[in-house]
Ligand binder design. Structure first.
Ligand code: FES
Length: 205
């Protein structure tokens, strides 16, 4: 099991220089159902190449993403999750709006594409930046039926940040009375085809 488990506090953030690497490693290691991690070796690029790469959109192939699975890619130095939801995961997004800080995603940092219950362009595909909006840890995938004692018995599935206990539903919507002030960030993205997503590109398809 990863040292960054659901039941044990994770270490506080390392110095900024190591933060991105740490987040990516944590996201990949802690996620359940991760099928692939695509991280370009931007450290090997020249400064100008690196700046260009960091600003570029990232293409994600979801053809191999099975229902319930998640893959993590790097975009602008951040881990971005792509989840293919099952019908049960979609059903679990309903019925708990009163427990959420911003169920309709109307706060400033939310893009228009996140302003629906699924917070996604296609309900069955969830794309989110895997960084907690409290102090920047990477939350864990916390499916329904897990044995995390920090989560309620009727937990519908979602994400759990072990650093200070923030909880997010399966659409990355933060629960009330938790340290994280806002929902998880949804990056700009669009579908280049039925099975390819361009993260960081929201131009009309
Ligand atoms: S960083 Fe996630 S709860 Fe503090």
């Amino acid at each position: 099991m990863s040292e960054h488990t659901l039941n044990a506090p994770a270490p506080l953030l390392p110095p900024d220089a190591d933060k991105r690497t740490w987040l990516l490693a944590t996201a990949a290691a802690a996620s359940v159902g991760v099928v692939a991690t695509a991280i370009p070796f931007i450290e090997t690029l020249t400064p100008s190449e690196r700046a260009k790469a960091l600003g570029a959109s990232v293409e994600v192939d979801i053809a191999d993403l099975r229902p319930g699975d998640m893959k993590t890619v790097e975009w602008r130095g951040k881990p971005v999750w792509v989840v293919r939801r099952t019908p049960e995961m979609l059903d679990a997004l309903q019925g708990h709006d009163a427990q959420l800080v911003d169920p309709q995603s109307l706060r400033d940092q939310q893009p228009v594409l996140a302003q629906n219950a699924a917070r996604s362009i296609r309900p069955e595909i969830f794309v989110a930046v895997g960084i907690c909006t409290h102090l920047g840890c990477s939350p864990n995938n916390a499916p329904k039926g897990g044995n995390n004692p920090s989560l309620p018995s009727d937990w519908p599935g979602g994400f759990f940040c072990p650093c200070h206990g923030s909880t997010f539903d399966g659409a990355g919507r933060v629960y009330k009375n938790k340290p994280a002030p806002t929902n998880l960030e949804i990056p700009a993205h669009r579908y280049a085809s039925d099975t390819r997503i361009l993260i960081g590109d929201d131009a009309a398809a």
